[in-house]
Design a protein around this ligand. Structure first.
Ligand SMILES: *Cc1c(COP(=O)(O)O)cnc(C)c1O
Length: 408
């Protein structure tokens, strides 16, 4: 990052920022030495040693980038947090959490208090609902769920107790795209805080804070790490909320391991090229699936048939590799035959890694404000970096086996 402060006022493009961010000379070199290494190394720490008591007492535990005590992090996690902050020019800072769910919980506990109402999108990630209906309810917060396609009509649900609106766009099972600017406009007019789970697009493809959202949450476990071997979450916020979120996170004792921060930072450097490739591969596979008689619907934000597609075209800089499709009939057992028949797709939870996955998903069980009226069993796929021709051939083979399972 040392060369970034040139006289050139033009802001760096997002892909360039991903390469430059978090590589401060003081984190990659030794004091007084002209040379630096490229990547901040793994700084392991609990105790920090000081020259004398005066240095121990200088600053305080909230002073940014001061080695204070291991729980407040060290250059490896600072570099990752800074790099994620720089993905969104409107972000004042980023607090790291040991998982995406911890990040969601940390953000909620920072902005909500007993007696508050929370408006939660009905297509939300399952564990987010569990948090609302469990811990938040027990702490006196009332959650009301809303239709992901509600747009500006969310105004009708707001009361003087509504403290926050939580968005997730697109939903990670059914992929409805929300009208983020319309909801943000309603919230801003009423002093309501908006939080966005931006795991699918990442700030690279959906500039959440740029669209006026106050708090942007990313499960780095997915695309930012990108290699299916780290759990990590991040909360970035604007200047008004940043201090509160980081202080509350510290009160909860949240921190991340330097090894995980290092791996996540390594993943982040290639995020732009992975998303471009995985997005293109996924669209190739999705368009092929649309032509198949075995498929009644493909739920992918970049396809015009997707609810909220216009908002996708307006607000997103591209699509990523996760989408669902609906099988033309059969039941649970036949869907399992289809998924089991795939050779190149792993069967497992999570997504965002470089390798393809297939998962049976049942969104109907995770709704309360809206009804999921899908016709057939749903399969969600994470399309990886394989050649899409091989993935299509694999799906084609599995469709033939699925057809046979339905007729015998
Ligand atoms: C996986 C996921 C999370 C949670 O991330 P973890 O790191 O698994 O806790 C949150 N939101 C969405 C949309 C996810 O897919």
């Amino acid at each position: 990052m040392s060369k970034q402060g040139s006289d050139d006022e033009r802001p760096l493009k997002p892909a360039t920022r991903l390469v430059q961010a978090g590589r401060r000379a003081e984190w990659t070199g030794m004091p007084g030495d002209a040379g630096t290494i490229v990547n901040p190394p793994v700084w392991r720490a609990s105790t920090i040693l000081y020259e004398d008591v005066a240095h121990l007492r200088a600053g305080n535990m909230h002073t940014p980038h001061k080695l204070y005590y291991g729980r407040r992090g060290a250059p490896t996690s600072w570099a990752l947090a800074e790099a994620i902050t720089q993905m969104e020019p409107e972000a004042a800072g980023t607090m790291l959490f040991p998982s995406g769910v911890a990040a969601i919980a940390g953000a909620m506990l920072a902005v909500l208090k007993p007696g508050d109402e929370l408006l939660m999108v009905d297509s939300a990630y399952g564990p987010t609902r569990t948090l609302c209906d469990g811990l938040l309810r027990d702490f006196g917060v009332t959650t009301r769920y809303y239709d992901p396609l509600i747009g500006a009509d969310i105004a009708a649900l707001c009361t003087d107790k509504t403290r926050a609106i939580f968005l997730e766009s697109p939903g990670s099972l059914t992929f409805e795209v929300q009208d983020v600017p319309a909801i943000v406009a309603v919230a801003k007019a009423r002093g309501i805080i908006t939080l966005l789970d931006n795991t699918w697009a990442t700030p690279l493809l959906l500039p959440g804070l740029g669209l006026g959202v106050d708090v942007s949450i990313v499960a780095c476990t997915k695309y930012i790490c990108g290699h299916s071997d780290v759990m990590m979450g991040a909360v970035s916020a604007n200047a008004a909320l940043w201090t509160r979120i980081t202080r509350r996170g510290h009160m909860l004792g949240q921190m991340v391991s330097p090894d995980d921060a290092w791996l996540t930072l390594r993943g982040l450097r290639t995020l732009a090229i992975r998303l471009k490739e995985q997005g293109a591969n996924a669209l190739t596979v999705a368009r092929w699936l649309e032509t198949r008689p075995e498929v009644t619907a493909v739920l992918h934000p970049a396809l015009p048939s997707c609810p909220g597609h216009d908002a996708f075209v307006r607000d997103f800089r591209g699509a990523t590799g996760l989408f669902s499709f609906e099988l033309a009939g059969g039941g649970e057992a036949e869907r399992a035959v289809f998924i089991d028949a795939l050779a190149l797709f792993g069967i497992g939870y999570s997504w965002g890694g470089y390798e393809s996955l297939a998962l049976p998903v049942d969104p109907a069980d995770l709704r309360s404000a809206t009804r999921w009226s899908g016709r057939g069993p749903l399969v969600r796929v994470n399309i990886g970096l394989e050649d899409p021709e091989d993935l299509i051939a694999d799906l084609d083979r599995a469709f033939a086996i699925w057809q046979k399972s339905r007729t015998t």
